[in-house]
Write a protein that binds this ligand. Structure first.
Ligand SMILES: Nc1ncnc2c1ncn2[C@@H]1O[C@H](COP(=O)(O)OP(=O)(O)OP(=O)(O)O)[C@@H](O)[C@H]1O
Length: 254
């Protein structure tokens, strides 16, 4: 194991029941990485993410966060770990019956002893960070897709998480909004000193803000390569990884 691994994934096998979706996954994520999980549709990216955030028990192997395995921890330790994680999934990011301020305030009300005034200040700060200052009283239905994503981000960062997990954060956004969201993710990562794990198909995002990535293959049901996406785009020894990162029609021989 690398000494500086913030998260270490070892011989991980993820899936449902007796079906292995991905197996023999071994890779490290370092502090302050913007780490992308990439691969073709249905290869198991979301399944891996669910297993990493405590929603799906791995079939084999383990994920260690600074040495701790979530699934081996007792309940108080699991709650402490969850408080350190901000998670946004593609769907159901916000509660529709609550205003933006109420949505962002919820984790603070549930997990901290802050006063109402302190919570209101924290909510205003987080909404300002994602460019939604002044939208406190708006409801999710009143927002555009891009604003919705940013509001989900504001809620995910409510507790200043060390770790942020995003499933397809830019799905459905136009290219300019995608680019703005990328900048926002970098800015938030720096402001909160966080590490970010993102499931995405967005090549421009992967290649512009990704520090490292793992490629999950849907033919062999395992990872083919892991590293800096710009480096893998040019030099991966795996043709399917190069094909994916170059958006090529054909697999070229190595
Ligand atoms: N709850 C579930 N129960 C059983 N099988 C599932 C479940 N969720 C997903 N799968 C299966 O697991 C496989 C991987 O799905 P997953 O959503 O992880 O892929 P993905 O790489 O995130 O896909 P996409 O890029 O299309 O979003 C698919 O074959 C899918 O049908």
């Amino acid at each position: 194991m690398l000494d500086d691994a913030f998260i270490s994934v070892r011989n991980l096998c993820v899936g449902y029941g007796t079906t292995e979706v991905q197996r023999q996954l071994t890779f490290d994520i370092h502090k302050n990485d913007i780490f992308f999980v990439i691969g073709g549709s249905g290869c198991g990216k979301t399944t891996l993410l669910k297993s990493m955030v405590g929603l799906l028990t791995p079939l084999k192997g383990e994920v260690r966060y600074q040495g701790k395995n979530f699934y081996d921890a007792d309940e108080p330790a699991q709650v402490a770990m969850l408080k350190d994680w901000g998670i946004t999934f593609q769907t159901g990011a916000l509660f529709s019956s609550m205003s933006l301020a109420e949505n962002v305030a919820l984790p603070l009300q549930l997990y901290t002893d802050l006063s109402e005034r302190q919570i209101a200040e924290a909510v205003a700060y987080k909404l300002a960070l994602v460019g939604l200052a002044g939208f406190e009283k708006f409801y999710p239905a009143e927002l555009s897709g891009g604003m919705h994503k940013r509001a989900g981000l504001a809620r995910a960062i409510a507790l200043d998480p060390q770790l942020l997990f995003f499933d397809e954060p830019s799905a459905g956004l136009d290219p300019i909004s995608c680019m703005r969201l990328d900048h926002l993710i970098v800015q938030i990562c720096q402001a909160l000193d966080s590490t970010v794990i993102i499931v995405s198909h967005e090549l421009p995002s992967i290649l512009s803000i990704g520090t490292r990535c793992v490629y999950l293959d849907n033919q062999t049901n395992t990872m083919l390569d892991c590293g800096d996406p710009r480096e893998l785009k040019l030099n991966s020894s795996q043709p399917r990884v190069r094909q994916f990162l170059n958006r090529a029609d054909k697999v070229e021989a190595s």
